[in-house]
Design a protein around this ligand. Sequence first.
Ligand code: NAD
Length: 131
Amino acid sequence: MSTPEPGILGCGRLDGEVAIVSGASSGLGRAIARRLAAEGAAVVCGDLRRSPSEGRLDGDEPTDALITASGGQASFVEWNICDVLQTNAAMQFAREHYGRLDVVVANAGISLTEGGSCPTRRKRRGSGRSR
Ligand SMILES: NC(=O)c1ccc[n+]([C@@H]2O[C@H](COP(=O)([O-])OP(=O)(O)OC[C@H]3O[C@@H](n4cnc5c(N)ncnc54)[C@H](O)[C@@H]3O)[C@@H](O)[C@H]2O)c1
């Protein structure tokens, strides 16, 4: 069982399990990733970039580094949820690196302010409809 982070009571409910979280560098995804790790899961932290968004109250340490510094297991994988190849690669990374994948947290949403133009939201040429 990994050491719970300060202020978080981990009960080892996810000991030996592997989780992947999208948008894990900041905000809700970061909190979810840390909580899963505190419960004993190895966590793959997926995001467009490893560092948290600027000006966050919980510091600028990457989420995977915070988790490993407190005795947990974590890795970062560059993952744009709008890219199906990167999505498949992120799942594959989790399975290859940790041997299994038990929990998938689809936290990241479409962001127009994070430099994320999302292919699934582009209009089809000529159809006038969004995919
Ligand atoms: N915070 C809230 O109160 C709240 C409420 C309802 C819904 N949401 C939704 O929940 C999600 C997370 O919210 P938050 O407040 O934690 O946001 P946040 O901005 O604090 O964090 C979002 C994280 O997702 C990453 N991200 C953005 N686009 C991505 C992409 N295409 N692929 C992978 N990662 C990407 C960012 O880099 C960032 O690290 C968002 O979709 C938001 O719209 C948030």
